[in-house]
Design a protein around this ligand. Structure first.
Ligand code: 5AD
Ligand code: SF4
Length: 482
């Protein structure tokens, strides 16, 4: 409780800084740009950053030449994001010199000392560096950077608290993301996340439910619950006796799904990412029972080989994963699955990699997110001796990709002639005369229709497939209610 009043006071203080920066920006038509790297959690953090900036009088621009404040929300899960950030920072130097653009870098990468050292040394014109635990302090950092014209470095190494009531500007007005927990306790040996996002902390049930009620009131139809390990929601709190307030009977992930399923207005509930080891029966039953919970479940596999899984510290075997899939298929009708796979983890042999292909063949995933193993400083994987040469990693990746693509093609055939419920998200990027939406299984469907259908659930007959999307046609039973 004492913690809660402290965080509330902190947010009040930041709201004062929001007012102060707004005053500085008055009549100045200040513009900001934001580049978000990485996962949906980062995207959700960026929505909070945008919410704060717009309250401070900034408006968003896509045109680099007019940017007064450039924000980077970084990711460090894989190496390529680093090259992208440094490239962009180099590009901004000229703008900084011409226009005095303020440059602020936040997010996961800023929790890594070797990265912040590099920024200070090679890009000294950076104004603000903030971490994953200090995002809420951006108004204060910005105020100080504007007033004192001194670089602000605001990084916390300890686990951050949960701050409620930050302003938010969401990217869509149909689908919303809601973070339900921060951090991760799993320490998969390839992964940097536990080091940069800290230990697991769940948000209070009441705060989450009220946020979902609010977005439902605003007309959102779909909510995605976010966390590094969503299906262990409140587990640490329960196990360690950390006080939390039960609300609407919520004391676990399963009960949270059931409570959100009751919220009027919300038509679809998704969640990412769960961990296979935490897929308890109550969660499976909740997915089966709750009509609004999408039957596409993301179940990260990472590797199909038991020895590699052990090295990865994933805490399940190939057989346990396959048994879990069987159990879920039995209990959840119309279940579809997506997954994450890493190829080329240290010591992985060709034979062990074959097990990954075997699981992919057996499970027939709806979607596979494939990653080439990337060494992350400070993780056990980085310290392992037998790192796999790049060309072998790429060969394995190509082999997996070919298998996945042939399965997707085959799987698409199943949709042909079926009627699918599609949530219409907007006009198609490639053809503004067509509308685009997604099925329960998250497949993109393109169809011809009136723009008034945007934001509605429609029924479409699938008439053709095109690898990454399906084409549909409206059927007479379109439900038009909002
Ligand atoms: N190298 C490659 N992929 C990784 N992932 C996490 N860490 C690494 C890494 N070091 C992948 C995992 C995870 C997804 C979000 O990113 O598959 O599930
Ligand atoms: Fe990383 Fe594993 Fe935690 Fe996911 S569960 S964030 S892969 S350590």
């Amino acid at each position: 409780m004492e913690n809660k009043s402290k965080t509330r006071k902190e947010i009040e203080k930041q709201k004062e800084y929001i007012k102060k920066v707004k005053e500085i920006n008055k009549d100045k038509n200040q513009k900001y740009s934001i580049l978000t790297m990485g996962c949906q959690l980062n995207e959700n953090d960026s929505e909070k950053i945008c919410g704060m900036l717009e309250e401070m009088g900034y408006t968003k621009t896509e045109s680099q030449n007019e940017v007064d404040l450039a924000i980077f929300n970084t990711c460090c899960v894989r190496e390529n994001a680093e090259d992208k950030l440094f490239g962009k920072l180099g590009e901004l130097k000229r703008l900084k010199e011409q226009k005095g653009t303020i440059i602020a870098i936040g997010g996961c990468m800023m929790q890594e000392k070797h990265i912040t050292d590099k920024i200070k040394q090679s890009y000294p014109y950076t104004d603000i560096i903030f971490g994953t635990h200090t995002l809420h302090k951006l108004p204060e950092d910005l105020y100080k950077a504007l007033k004192e014209k001194k670089r602000q470095e605001d990084i916390l190494d300890i686990d951050g608290k949960i701050y409620e009531d930050l302003p938010i500007k969401r990217d869509s007005n149909i689908k919303a993301s809601v973070t339900i927990m921060n951090g991760c306790n799993n320490f998969c040996s390839y992964c940097i996340v536990p080091y940069v996002r800290g230990r697991e902390r769940s948000r209070e049930p009441k705060a989450i439910i009220e946020e979902v009620r609010e977005i439902a009131k605003q007309g959102y139809k779909e909510v995605t619950l976010l966390g590094q390990n969503v299906n262990s929601y409140l587990r640490v709190e329960r196990e360690k006796g950390i006080e939390f307030e039960q609300y609407e009977g919520v004391n676990s992930f399963a009960t949270l799904l059931r409570a959100i399923n009751k919220i009027e207005g919300i038509e679809r509930i998704r969640f990412v990412s769960p961990h296979p080891k935490d897929f308890t029966d109550d969660v499976i039953e909740a997915i089966a029972d709750c009509d609004k919970v999408c039957k596409l479940v993301h179940l990260p596999l990472q590797s199909g080989n038991t020895k590699v899984l052990k090295e990865m510290n994933r805490k399940y075997t190939k057989e346990q994963y396959l048994n879990l899939v069987e159990k879920m298929k039995e209990k959840i009708s119309n279940l579809t699955l997506s997954t994450d796979i890493i190829v080329g983890f240290p010591e992985e042999t060709d034979e062990e990699f074959e097990d990954t292909l075997d699981v992919v063949e057996k499970v027939k995933f709806e979607q596979v997110y494939m990653f080439i193993y990337s060494r992350r400083v400070g993780t056990p994987g980085d310290r392992m001796e037998n790192q796999i040469p790049e060309e072998i990693k790429h060969k394995r990746f190509d082999k997996l990709k070919a298998l996945v693509e042939s399965q997707i093609k085959e799987n698409n055939q199943k949709y042909l002639g079926t009627i699918q419920k599609v949530l219409v998200e907007g006009t198609s990027k490639n053809n503004e005369h067509m509308l685009t939406g997604r099925t329960d299984s998250n497949k993109v469907v393109i169809f011809e229709g009136d723009k008034s259908l945007i934001g509605n659930m429609v029924e479409l007959e699938i008439v053709s497939e095109h690898m990454w999307y399906l084409k549909g046609e409206t059927v007479p039973t379109v439900s038009k209610e909002r």
